[in-house]
Design a binder for this molecule. Structure first.
Ligand SMILES: NC(=O)c1ccc[n+]([C@@H]2O[C@H](COP(=O)([O-])OP(=O)(O)OC[C@H]3O[C@@H](n4cnc5c(N)ncnc54)[C@H](OP(=O)(O)O)[C@@H]3O)[C@@H](O)[C@H]2O)c1
Length: 311
């Protein structure tokens, strides 16, 4: 299959590209910079130069493909105060892909998140993308992203084999620069490894290589209108995460009071207390996906999150 991948140079995308190529697919990746283009070429992908805002370019690349995996997201502006702007750009890109692929029966996959889908209970693939979700403190941007997920699923009725892959908040692995790396950096900076309250709140997790494998299976097999969960660990208590970090950094493990969360956890404060476990039973049954990589605590214990000159 000729697959157009946006965000192909990102954390998830750079695992998806070799997964696809290794299975015999031909990949064209969107690249907005020379560095991203070089990384894609080195991985064996064709390069489509452009940005998420270049809708004509996205349209023509999608039309020339047998399927699209959309992983690009403007995290740079999203996490510096303009989540809404990032979500709006994402929405426009998804609308463009929907128009380009309508009536083709070709696959179209987007990434979404499990965090906040069903606070306090085990979220399943049958939980919708809209109401009941909770991402406190992030304005209406997350709401827009959830609406974009619903829009994506609606393309199924327009002749697109569309699916939404909900990713847990941590897609861990060597080289991770996301939530886990941030928690380690905060612990190092503060001299204590913190959790909120009693730390019993749970996060689901997956290794990014297992996520990448699921994206390939979904591209190849997922029925139109599928919601899939790339979840390996259903719910890891944040206190257990803090304990591994504390052990590796040789620092204390402490409860942080809610009123001190913003000062301690900085931009992670809005997420760290979430109790948001998620299941992938239906995804495993549907696609025969079986995570094979280490779970979150074992991966943390491998030590690569702690390998810095100051460690
Ligand atoms: N990582 C996780 O744990 C996680 C969890 C839940 C959901 N997700 C979602 O999964 C998707 C992939 O996440 P990720 O962790 O791989 O993100 P990432 O590492 O931040 O990568 C983002 C990708 O988007 C590209 N991009 C950003 N702005 C762009 C623009 N204006 N035009 C074109 N390309 C642009 C980046 O290109 P450059 O390489 O040029 O910067 C990069 O390839 C996102 O939708 C994310 O929100 C991720």
């Amino acid at each position: 299959m000729r697959v157009f991948v946006t965000g192909a140079s990102g954390w998830i995308g750079s695992a998806v590209v070799p997964e696809l190529i290794g299975a015999g697919h031909h990949v064209t990746g969107l690249a907005r910079s020379d560095a991203s283009a070089a990384a894609l070429a080195a991985a064996g992908a064709q390069v489509h130069r452009g940005t998420l805002d270049d809708l004509d370019g996205l349209r023509s690349a999608a039309a020339a493909s047998d399927g699209v995996i959309h992983l690009a997201f403007k995290h740079d502006i999203a996490f510096s105060g303009d989540f809404q702007g990032a979500a709006d750009a994402d929405r426009r890109a998804v609308e463009t892909f929907g128009e380009a692929l309508a009536g083709s029966d070709r696959p179209f996959l987007i990434a979404s998140g499990t965090l906040g889908v069903a606070p306090g209970r085990l979220a399943t693939e049958q939980d919708g993308h809209g109401t009941g979700s909770d991402t406190a403190g992030w304005g209406s941007g997350p709401e827009t992203r959830r609406a974009t997920a619903e829009l994506t699923l609606s393309f199924a009725s327009r002749g697109v084999r569309s699916s939404v892959v909900r990713l847990p908040p941590t897609n861990h692995g060597d080289g991770d620069n996301g939530f886990m790396a941030t928690l380690v950096a905060i612990a190092r900076d503060k001299g204590v490894s913190g959790y909120l309250g009693d730390g019993s709140n749970r996060w689901p997790a997956v290794h990014r290589l297992d996520s990448a494998h699921l994206f390939r299976l979904a591209l190849e097999q997922a029925p139109a209108g599928s919601t899939l969960h790339a979840v390996a660990d259903e719910g890891v208590p944040i206190r257990a995460v803090a304990e591994v970090i504390g052990r590796h950094l040789d620092i204390g493990v402490v409860s942080i009071a809610a009123e001190d969360a913003a000062g301690h956890f900085t931009w992670l404060a809005g997420f760290i207390g979430a109790d948001s476990p998620a299941s992938s039973t239906l995804t495993r049954e549907l696609l025969g996906w079986h995570p094979t990589q280490p779970g979150l605590l074992d991966d943390l214990d491998k030590g690569h999150y702690f390998h810095t000159p100051s460690a």
